[in-house]
Design a protein around this ligand. Structure first.
Ligand code: A2P
Length: 335
């Protein structure tokens, strides 16, 4: 696409939506017209972006009657279910941050460092994976390519910003000792770890855990990889941390894997335990990289490895990944 696209941000007043705007500005994303959309609660509010005031529009079935090339959606699954198809029918390509379309076979699920080629077969909707899945994929793709992956065990330590403003409010209120009703969680999050993200399913897993399992298969394009997950909400504002145990198909030298991570896109290795250097949520917050450390052999199996993987869940785990997809779209969209 040679001309500048018209861009819409849906859910522009939310935690991810405001970060979409920040990332678009930082990366100097080209646009001609920009439309900010949210619910009726925010309609009429003014948002300043690059020195210009934009009035937030209420999202409705006519929002895409005007020519919009790319729409970044982060306004919940129900909103995406209704409005992403309407946008796509008008010729807009939607990059959707909700879980609504991720496992739909007609919708690509994309991490640009991992499967950018899938962007090309989009039919108007491209799904942004779950925040925990994205950072895991950036770490696992080089291992898959070099050694093959047999089995993965995820244990996550996830920040409250992944629950939007309600999660942030629950942690703030708890830390300040305020006796406010909980907005996002079944139990207080301050001073706690909740092994409960999204709803419980009949198989005993949470929906978040099944998202990690199913999305891993789709993005890595291999359903034969054995995957299990335990996802936990922890009292951290920003950045998800993950312990990932991987059983590889082929033998490896640890130094080769460290070198492989160093050379792989989107990864920063932070692994110097003698000096207490390993990835930390507070350091990752506000950045776009996936940090990997505590890289060590799992002696309990033949070709096992343990890694500690940290990334900003709102940036690489949501907004930045979506904007990276949009940047690739610019290369293939017709004028
Ligand atoms: P609004 O601020 O008007 O409620 P969060 O990060 O807090 O979960 O933000 C969710 C985002 O999705 C907000 O921008 C919110 O707008 C938007 N949103 C929620 N429901 C709808 C809806 N039915 N239509 C359009 N936008 C919605």
């Amino acid at each position: 696409m040679k001309r500048k696209p018209n861009v819409a941000v849906v859910g522009a007043t939310g935690v991810v939506g405001t970060t979409f705007l920040k990332v678009l500005e930082e990366r100097d994303f080209p646009y001609d017209n920009l439309y900010l959309m949210a619910s009726s609660r925010s309609a009429g509010k003014t948002v300043t972006f690059r020195g210009k005031d934009y009035v937030v529009e209420e999202l409705n079935e006519h929002s895409f009657d005007k020519p919009i090339d790319i729409a970044l959606f982060s306004a919940g699954g129900g909103t995406s279910a209704t409005y992403a198809p309407i946008a796509a029918a008008h010729g807009t390509v939607v990059v959707d941050n909700s879980s609504q379309w991720r496992m739909d076979e007609t919708v690509p699920l994309v991490v640009p460092e991992v499967n950018p080629q899938d962007i090309e077969w989009n039919k108007g909707i491209i799904a942004n994976p779950n925040c925990s899945t994205i950072q895991a994929m950036v770490a696992l793709k080089p291992l898959q390519d070099a050694y093959g992956i047999k089995r993965v065990v995820y244990s996550t330590y996830q920040a409250v910003s992944g629950s939007g403003m309600k999660g942030i409010n629950d942690l703030k209120n708890g830390l300040e000792g305020k006796d406010e009703p909980l907005q996002a969680y079944a139990h207080p999050i301050a001073g706690n770890c909740l092994p409960h993200i999204d709803v419980f399913l009949p198989n005993g897993y949470t929906k978040e855990e099944m998202k990690m399992i199913n999305e891993t298969h789709k993005i890595l394009g291999d359903d034969s990889i054995k995957v299990t997950a335990t996802t936990v909400r922890v009292p951290v504002f920003d950045s998800h941390s993950e312990s990932i145990n991987v059983e590889l198909e082929k033998p490896f030298e640890l130094e080769d894997i460290i070198e492989l991570f160093r050379r792989s896109p989107g990864i920063v290795v932070q692994d110097d335990v003698e000096n207490n250097v390993y990835p930390l949520a507070r350091d990752a917050a506000g950045t776009d990289e996936v940090y990997i450390g505590r890289i060590r052999r799992d002696f309990s199996v033949d070709n096992g490895i343990n890694i500690w993987v940290v990334a900003d869940n709102i940036r690489k785990g949501a907004a930045t990944n979506a904007v990276q997809i949009a940047e690739r779209l610019l290369e293939i969209l017709p004028d």
